[in-house]
Each structure stands twice: as C-alpha cells, then as structure tokens.
Design a protein around this ligand. Sequence first.
Ligand code: 5GP
Ligand code: MG
Length: 186
Amino acid sequence: MTAEDYPDGSTFRRIVDEAQLHAAVQRIAEGIARDYPHGYPLVVVALLKGAVVFLADLVRRLTMPLEIELVSARSYSGTQRGPVVAVQDDLSRLGLAGRHVLLLDCVLDSGHTLHSVLRSVLSCEPASVRTCVLLRKQRERAVSIEPEYVGADVPDVFLVGYGLDYKNLWRHLPYVAELPPGLAGE
Ligand code: 5GP
Ligand code: MG
C-alpha cells in the first residue's frame, strides 16, 4: 500500500475525534486564561507546520492581547546520542527578551523538539516561558520535559491529521488518526 491508496484518510483508525479535540483545546484555553490574567501581550510561538491547525483553534479561544510567531524546527538522526533538532529560524529576530512566551507544538513524542526549541527561546531571555502541546504520546521520553498545558494523552503510534502529516499529506483531517501501520514503514 502507498499513500495514493488512501485518498481521504476516512478509513484511518480515529485516535482523537473532533469533539474530543475541541474539548481539549477549550481546557487548554481556560488554563491559559487563568495563568495569564494580567493583560500583557503574550507571544505565542508555534512550531511549523504541525502546530498551525491547533494554533488557529487555540488563539480564537483566547481573549488576552497576544502576538503570533511561527518557527520551523527540524529533527534528524545526527549522532548515536539521538536526534539533533535544529531550529531553522533565527529566534533573535523575534525580540523575545522580556516578553511572556507560550511555546506551542501539536505533539510531544521523544521530547527532543520542544526541549531544543525551549532552550533556544530561553537564550533570548524572555520574562517567562511556558510550553503547551495538544497531544502527549504515552512513552518514555529521551529528554525530560513536562509541558504546562497538555490537551490529551495518546498512544505511541504514528499520528496524522489536525496539522500532523505523513509526507505532507493529511494535515487537514479534522480529527487525529493512526497512520495505517503498513504505510508507516514505507
Ligand atoms: P519529538 O521531537 O518530541 O520526538 O517530536 C516532535 C515532532 O515530531 C513534532 O513536532 C512532529 O513534527 C513530529 N512528530 C512526532 N510524532 C509524530 C506523529 O505521530 N505524527 C506526525 N505526523 N509527526 C510527529
Ligand atoms: Mg511531519
């Protein structure tokens, strides 16, 4: 089987349906509203491309002043010690010094990505940083990172939909599904 055998993803096993996603986003938004009551502009930094759907849904449930920034990070198997994550963008251009930053990703898997981007954000000397993931895979993590906001725990399978892709496909599915295992090894 190849990706072309699955034109619309409708047969994929659903992991988190639309209603569950909306409830998870709402819970996260309520937590953020509680934690940032002061009215200063928040800088929401989202990771491309996976977090864009989550970002769009989340920010429309937030009422405090906020700015949106998008950054790319790429992970690749660099050394025996595990994947290297490169932040593709120069974060210094964002002017995060002294700002309150909320770092957003769609899914926490090994933890390398968020950990590495968090380090880069911290080096910009923001006033505060919190991290937020919509989905957290239930697995051992290579690096220790506990996001302040988590939408839902999910099984350790390869996920597509709601921003997550396989070969850049299926990001637009309104639910999160498991990539058919026969495709994953392709
Ligand atoms: P980590 O660095 O925590 O292992 O993985 C985080 C990044 O890997 C995410 O930003 C996402 O781009 C990608 N990723 C991790 N798990 C999945 C998955 O199940 N499906 C997809 N499409 N991407 C994933
Ligand atoms: Mg991807």
